[in-house]
Design a protein around this ligand. Structure first.
Ligand SMILES: NC(=O)c1ccc[n+]([C@@H]2O[C@H](COP(=O)([O-])OP(=O)(O)OC[C@H]3O[C@@H](n4cnc5c(N)ncnc54)[C@H](OP(=O)(O)O)[C@@H]3O)[C@@H](O)[C@H]2O)c1
Length: 346
């Protein structure tokens, strides 16, 4: 591994290669770590950079701040509501139509530790929908573009908290829609991201889902952990746990990383470094700055990976009615024609 020679440091100011001609999509690029990711990609001269965010004022703030890093005419701001699957579907299809290549999709947007809510339009635990299900859909719609772009990257912003969750099967929506507490709701989504990365890398290895098993040109698919980073997320934990959390955050915040200087590093390493290709870093879990590390035992459980994939497709097929990509799960009811149309395989 190259890092044994170069050390574990990845300084985005100097270690990101020239990105001329490349196109990136970053979710949650409007604040926190995502802003740091966007700023450093912009600094290295991409052709285009799609900045996806929820709040208009945050997107505007990010566009103003980005002037310090590079040519903001390269930024394409896109408002997306990950709590609304139909909106995610529209944005994903728009991007798929507009783009002819995609060098990197960085799924970074996320809700932090926070109270249980169901999304108003789709009726799904908001943590699971925002952090995982919506971005699974975005990924699947954009996958053909990643597959046709040499050495492209798919990066999921996970967390070491993926290790701290038990009693999860991903068996049904009813299981997802249970209030298991603010921390566990978050941890479950971070586990889902690592499970997905490994399931996707396995499909790539087997040449499924349109992957070419004999090609060694990517996409390179990895999950990352940014470390403890000083962003809006700790504030969400304060809202969930009250004064005790506020006191803990007050103590810990000075020890947390700055999102632009440091919190963005593992994602940027996975999304841009040529060492990913040189060292064939595929389906891995990367911790600051660039260390490939074993994820939890649960994250490596293939049955759990497949349960998650099946349930996610099932939920998406149910809420969106038809999916614009080939799914793997076959709904027996749909097969028998009981829903009126075959399960979304188009
Ligand atoms: N901070 C940490 O210590 C830490 C540790 C481990 C992992 N992470 C992970 O790092 C990622 C970024 O977190 P952060 O700390 O940078 O948090 P943040 O500052 O709160 O940023 C979250 C981003 O996600 C976007 N977002 C949230 N809900 C959305 C929705 N419904 N639709 C569309 N976009 C939405 C936000 O958009 P708006 O700004 O427009 O609201 C924002 O850009 C998350 O996946 C988080 O789990 C963070």
């Amino acid at each position: 591994m190259t890092h044994l020679i170069t050390g574990n440091k990845f300084d985005p100011n100097t270690d990101i290669p020239d990105l001329s001609g490349k196109i990136y999509v970053v979710t949650g690029g409007s604040s926190g770590i995502g802003f740091g990711i966007v700023a450093h990609i912009l600094q290295h001269n991409p052709a285009k950079l799609y900045l996806l965010g929820k709040k208009e004022e945050h997107i505007q703030w990010a566009q103003d701040e980005l002037k310090k890093y590079g040519d903001t005419s390269k930024i394409v701001p896109v408002q997306i509501e990950l709590e609304d699957l139909h909106n995610v579907d529209e944005v994903a299809k728009r991007l798929a139509k507009e783009l002819h290549q995609l060098d990197g999709l960085i799924c970074n947007a996320g809700l932090g530790v926070g109270v249980y809510n169901e999304t108003p339009k789709d009726g799904i635990d908001s943590h699971m929908q925002v952090n995982f299900i919506s971005q699974f859909h975005l990924t699947m719609v954009l996958l053909p573009l990643l597959q046709q772009t040499a050495n492209s990257r798919l990066v999921l912003q996970s967390s070491d908290l993926h290790r701290a969750i038990s009693d999860v099967q991903f068996a049904s929506l009813a299981e997802i829609n249970r209030d298991i507490g603010p921390t566990m709701l978050y941890n479950r989504t971070k586990l889902a991201q690592v499970l997905f990365v490994r399931a996707m890398a396995r499909r790539l290895e087997k040449g499924e889902l349109g992957f070419d098993a004999n090609s060694h040109t990517g996409p390179w698919i990895n999950a990352v952990h940014p470390g403890g980073v000083s962003t809006d997320q700790p504030k969400q934990a304060e809202d969930a746990y009250g004064k005790l959390a506020s006191a803990a955050v007050a103590v810990l915040r000075p020890l947390m990383k700055d999102p632009v200087d440091e919190g963005c590093r593992p994602a940027l390493f996975a999304a841009t470094s040529e060492d990913i290709v040189k060292d064939k870093v595929q389906g891995q879990y990367i911790v600051p700055d660039r260390k490939v590390t074993e994820p939890s035992k649960q994250a490596k459980d293939e049955q759990l990976q497949e349960n998650l994939w099946r349930l996610t497709e099932e939920i998406l097929s149910d809420k969106l009615r038809s999916l614009p990509y080939r799914t793997q799960y076959v709904d027996p009811m749909a097969k028998e024609g009981l829903h009126g149309q075959p399960a979304g395989r188009q």
